[in-house]
Design a protein around this ligand. Structure first.
Ligand SMILES: NC(=O)C1=CN([C@@H]2O[C@H](COP(=O)(O)OP(=O)(O)OC[C@H]3O[C@@H](n4cnc5c(N)ncnc54)[C@H](OP(=O)(O)O)[C@@H]3O)[C@@H](O)[C@H]2O)C=CC1
Ligand SMILES: CC(=O)C(=O)O
Ligand SMILES: [Mg+2]
Length: 759
C-alpha cells in the first residue's frame, strides 16, 4: 500500500480520528459520582468563584491547550477550510500529549476575519491554560496573535510563526557551525513571506544575521524597497535595497535558503548557483520546495533539511511547541516572550551535539550511525531528552524575566518531567540518583565487572555508568581489541584509565584457577580444566573477582544465553545458605507497580522454598515500592475452596511466612482477582489479613509465574525491570539477550543499588 492508502486507513480504522478524552479520577460508585458531580462538585466551583486562581488547582485548565485554526493556511495545502484542517489539528493534539503530556482540544473555527478568531479565543480563555494558533494565514495571523497576547492572561503562541522560527533557528546555528560560517556573514534567501517565513526571518536576524544579507521572496518575487504589489506592513520590515527581482536572481551566491512557501518553488538550476556548502531548508509541507534528491543531483555539498520525517534533518515545529508550552504552563507564565523563545533555540541546538540514546536511533531506519553533523543538525522528534532540556530552559527564562506566576525548583522539575516520560524513566532516575548520592556520601564508587568487554554496547554502557557517577566498570576481554573498539566508537577520553583485564594474561588467573579447583574438584573439574575455564569463559573470571571482593557486582548476558551467564556465578559465588535463588520482575504501569516471582528459576518450588521466595521478594519490594508491600500467595483456589496438593502447598507456604516473618502483610492461597481487589476480598473473605490490593504476587510454580509476567508485559501494558536475581551471595544480574544500552545501564544501576542496600 502507498502512503495515501496507509494514511487514510490510519485515520479511519477503529475509533475514527486520532484522539479521545480520558478521565483522571475514579468514578465507579455512588460515592465517586457524588464527588465528581453534584453535589460534591459545587465545592470546587465555590472555591474558584471566591479565588479564580484556584481554577489551576481544581480543574484541568493548567494542562489544557486549545489548538485553534480557521483553516486558511493548512500546511502548504492552502485555504482548505477548518474542517479539512481537522486531521492536522488532531495531529498537533496527539503530539502535544505524546511528547509533553499536555492535554489538548482541537478547535476548528468557521471564522473568516481576524476579529472572529480573536473573539472566539477570548471566549475560550476560561477553559484553557494556553492557546496554540495553527495554520491561520498571513497577514491575518499576526493581528490575531498580537491582539490575543495583549488581551489574554494565558500564553498565546502561533506555532507556525514561532515554533518554526525556533526550530529552524537552532538548525541554522548548527549548520553554520558545521560549514564553518559566522551567521553575521551568511547571505540568506527566505522564500515565502507568510506566517512562518516572516517569523523565521526575524529570528535569524535576532540570532545575528544581518538584515541587509536577507532577501525575502513571495509569490510575486523579491520583496524589494519600493515594491507596492502584494505588500503588507510585515513584509515591509524586510524590504531589501536590491536590484534582484526574482527568486532565481536572489538565490545566486546565497549561503542559506529557507523555504516556507509551496512545493516545487525551487529548481535544480537555482540550487546550482548557490555558494559552497549551501544550507537548504526546504520546509513546505507536506512536499518541500525542492526534493533532497534533486538538490543532491546538482549539489553534493549541500546541507539539506525538510519539514518531513522521512528525510534526514526534519526541521519541523514539532520539536518546539510541545516543550515550549510544557515549560510555560508549568510556571503559569502569562506569555511566551523573546527570552523564552531564545532559550528554546539554544536548548534544541545544544541537544543535537550530545550523544544520541539508542532508544532514539531505534525509532529511525538506517540511523544507527547518527551523530552531530550534516545529516543530524537538530534532534529527532522521538528524542525524549527534548522534554528534559527545552521545557526547563523555557521555564527558567520565564522565571528569570518575571513573567511566571509560579517559581519552581528546576532540579525537581526535571524529575517531574522524567516521570511524564513514563514510569520506567521515573523509577530508574530515582534509583540512579540514590546510587550517585550514596557514592558521594561514601566517597567511593563501587566496581562492576563486565565480562562482555568486547561488545560496543557494553562499552557505551560502561561510559555512561562511569560518567554519570554510578560505578567504576571493569572490562574483561582481549585488551587490544577492547582498546581498538573504544577508539572506533570515540570513547578514548571517557574510558581513559578504565581497568581492562585479559584473563589469558593476568597475574590473578593462576590463583583464580586454583580457587575454582578447590570449589569444583569433586564436581568433575581438573587443574587444566579450571585454567581453561578461567581463561576461556570470562564469566568465570568475573565471578571470581566478585567472589574474592575485587569487584562488587557482575552484569552480563547481552551476547550469551541465560544459563551460560548464570552457571559460572552459581558455581563460584553460589546462593546464600538460607535463601532460595529466584527471579523477580518489577512490573510498572503509570499508576501502579507490582513485584512478581518466581519468574525464571524454580520449576516447582516446595512450600518451604515458596515461603522463602515470598520473603525475599517482599524485602526487595519494600525498598522500591512507594507503599507497604502486600503479598498474595496465588493459586487457583481461595482459602481452601479447592482441596488439592498444589493449593495445599501454597497454603502451607503462607503459614510458614506468617510464622517466620509476622511483620509481613501476606495471605493466601488466593486467586489473582481476589488478590488485586480488596473489595472482592473483603466481600467474600473478610477475615483475610491482606488489608489492601496485593502488590507482591507469588506464583505457585514457574509455569504460571513465567507466563503471567509475559502476559502482563505484552497484553497488560506493563513495563518490566528484571529478571532481578535474588538469593545469590553477591549481586549478579543477568541481562536480557540483545537488550539495548539503556537497559544495560539500568540493570547495572539497579545492581549497584542492591549492593548499597545490602541485597
Ligand atoms: N516545517 C515546518 O515546521 C513548517 C512549515 N510550514 C510550511 O510553510 C509554508 C507556509 O506556511 P504559512 O507561513 O503558515 O502560510 P501563509 O499562508 O501564511 O504563507 C504562505 C506564503 O507563501 C508564499 N508563496 C506562495 N507561493 C509561493 C511561491 N511560488 N514562491 C514564493 N512564495 C510563495 C505566499 O506568498 P504571498 O504573500 O505572495 O501570497 C505567502 O507569503 C507551508 O508549506 C507550510 O507547510 C509552516 C510552518 C511550519
Ligand atoms: C508543520 C506545520 O505546522 C505546518 O506545516 O504548517
Ligand atoms: Mg502549521
Amino acid at each position: 500500500m502507498g502512503l495515501r492508502e496507509d494514511a487514510l486507513n490510519y485515520h479511519s480504522k477503529g475509533r475514527k480520528g486520532k484522539i479521545e478524552t480520558g478521565i483522571t479520577k475514579e468514578c465507579k460508585n455512588q460515592k465517586d459520582i457524588t464527588l465528581a458531580y453534584s453535589p460534591g462538585v459545587a465545592e470546587p466551583c465555590k472555591e474558584i468563584a471566591r479565588d479564580p486562581s484556584l481554577v489551576y488547582e481544581y480543574t484541568a485548565k493548567g494542562n489544557l491547550v486549545a489548538v485553534v485554526t480557521n483553516g486558511t493556511a493548512v500546511l502548504g495545502l492552502g485555504a482548505i477550510g477548518p474542517m479539512a484542517g481537522k486531521p492536522v489539528m488532531e495531529g498537533k493534539a496527539v503530539l502535544f500529549k505524546m511528547f509533553a503530556d499536555i492535554d489538548c482540544y482541537d478547535i476548528e473555527l468557521n471564522a473568516k476575519t481576524p476579529e472572529e478568531i480573536i473573539s472566539a479565543c477570548r471566549m475560550l480563555e476560561p477553559t484553557f491554560g494556553g492557546i496554540n494558533l495553527e495554520d491561520i494565514k498571513a497577514p491575518e495571523c499576526f493581528e490575531v496573535e498580537e491582539k490575543l497576547r495583549e488581551e489574554l492572561d494565558i500564553p498565546v503562541f502561533h506555532d507556525d510563526q514561532h515554533g518554526t522560527a525556533i526550530v529552524s533557528g537552532a538548525a541554522l546555528l548548527n549548520a553554520c557551525e558545521i560549514t564553518g560560517r559566522n551567521i553575521s556573514d551568511v547571505k540568506c534567501v527566505v522564500n515565502g513571506a507568510g506566517a512562518a517565513a516572516i517569523a523565521c526571518a526575524q529570528m535569524y536576524i535576532n540570532l545575528g544575521l544581518k538584515k541587509e544579507n536577507l532577501i525575502l521572496c513571495d509569490s510575486k518575487g523579491v520583496v524589494y524597497k519600493g515594491r507596492t504589489e502584494g505588500m503588507n506592513k510585515y513584509k515591509e520590515r524586510f524590504e531589501n535595497e536590491t536590484r534582484k527581482r526574482t527568486l532565481a536572481e536572489a538565490i545566486e551566491g546565497a549561503d542559506f535558503f529557507c523555504g516556507l512557501s509551496v512545493a516545487g518553488a525551487v529548481t535544480k538550476e537555482m540550487v546550482s548557483t548557490m555558494a559552497r556548502d549551501p544550507i537548504i531548508f526546504a520546509m513546505a509541507n507536506p512536499d518541500p520546495e525542492i526534493s533532497p534528491m534533486d538538490i543532491k543531483s546538482v549539489r553534493q555539498d549541500a546541507i539539506i533539511a525538510t519539514g518531513r520525517s522521512d528525510y534526514p534533518n526534519q526541521v519541523n515545529n514539532v520539536l518546539g511547541y510541545p516543550y515550549i508550552f510544557r515549560g510555560t504552563m508549568d510556571v503559569l507564565s502569562r506569555r511566551i516572550n523573546e527570552e523564552m523563545k531564545m532559550a528554546a533555540v539554544h536548548a534544541i541546538a545544544a541537544l543535537a551535539k550530545e550523544d544520541i540514546p539508542e532508544s532514539v536511533t531505534k525509532s529511525y531506519a538506517n540511523s544507527s550511525e547518527l551523530g552531530f553533523g550534516r545529516e543530524y543538525l537538530i534532534p529527532k522528534p522521538f528524542d525524549p531528552r527534548l522534554l528534559l532540556r527545552v521545557a526547563p530552559a523555557v521555564a527558567k527564562a520565564a522565571m528569570d524575566t518575571k513573567v511566571s506566576r509560579k517559581n519552581i525548583d528546576l532540579e525537581q522539575y526535571v524529575d517531574q518531567l522524567e516521570s511524564r516520560l513514563g514510569i520506567l524513566q521515573s523509577v530508574t532516575r530515582k534509583i540512579k540518583r540514590n546510587v550517585v548520592v550514596a557514592n558521594r556520601t561514601h566517597g567511593k564508587k563501587l566496581k562492576v565487572v563486565l565480562p562482555e568487554g568486547t561488545s560496543p554496547k557494553i562499552l557505551k554502557a560502561a561510559e555512561i555508568v562511569r560518567s554519570e557517577g554510578i560505578c567504576e566498570p571493569i572490562l574483561i576481554g582481549n585488551i587490544e581489541k577492547i582498546k581498538q573498539l573504544i577508539q572506533e566508537i570515540k570513547l578514548e577520553k571517557q574510558l581513559a584509565g578504565v581497568e581492562i583485564i585479559d584473563p589469558s594474561d593476568d597475574k590473578r588467573t593462576e590463583k583464580y584457577a586454583s580457587l575454582l579447583l578447590e570449589k569444583r574438584a569433586r564436581k568433575g573439574v581438573t587443574r587444566m580444566g579450571a585454567y581453561e575455564l578461567m581463561t576461556g569463559d570470562h564469566h568465570y573470571f568475573a565471578s571470581m573477582m566478585v567472589d574474592s571482593g575485587e569487584a562488587d557486582a557482575f552484569c552480563s548476558g547481552v551476547h550469551h544465553n541465560y544459563g551460560d551467564t548464570l552457571r559460572p556465578a552459581l558455581q563460584i559465588i553460589g546462593t546464600k545458605a538460607d535463601k532460595v535463588l529466584a527471579g523477580i520482575y518489577m512490573l510498572l504501569w503509570k499508576d501502579k507497580s507490582i513485584f512478581v516471582a518466581d519468574t525464571t528459576v524454580n520449576i516447582n518450588s516446595n512450600a518451604e522454598q515458596l515461603a522463602q521466595i515470598a520473603i525475599q521478594t517482599h524485602d526487595m519490594a519494600k525498598i522500591y515500592l512507594n507503599e507497604l508491600p502486600r503479598v498474595a500467595m496465588l493459586s487457583f483456589s481461595n482459602f481452601g475452596s479447592t482441596k488439592h496438593p498444589e493449593s495445599d502447598k501454597v497454603c502451607k507456604a503462607t503459614d510458614i511466612v506468617k510464622r517466620l516473618r509476622p511483620d509481613i502483610e501476606i495471605d493466601g492461597e488466593m486467586q489473582a482477582d481476589f488478590a488485586l481487589s480488596s473489595e472482592l476480598l473483603e466481600r467474600s473473605y473478610g477475615f483475610s489479613t491482606l488489608k489492601g490490593p496485593a502488590n507482591v504476587l507469588i506464583f505457585p510454580d514457574l509455569t504460571s509465574g513465567n507466563i503471567a509476567y509475559k502476559l502482563l508485559s505484552k497484553l497488560g501494558g506493563a513495563t518490566s525491570i528484571g529478571p532481578i536475581l535474588t538469593g545469590m551471595k553477591k549481586p549478579v544480574n543477568v541481562l536480557a539477550r540483545n537488550c539495548d544500552i539503556e537497559e544495560i545501564v539500568n540493570l547495572i544501576t539497579f545492581t549497584i543499588h542492591r549492593v548499597q542496600n545490602g541485597m
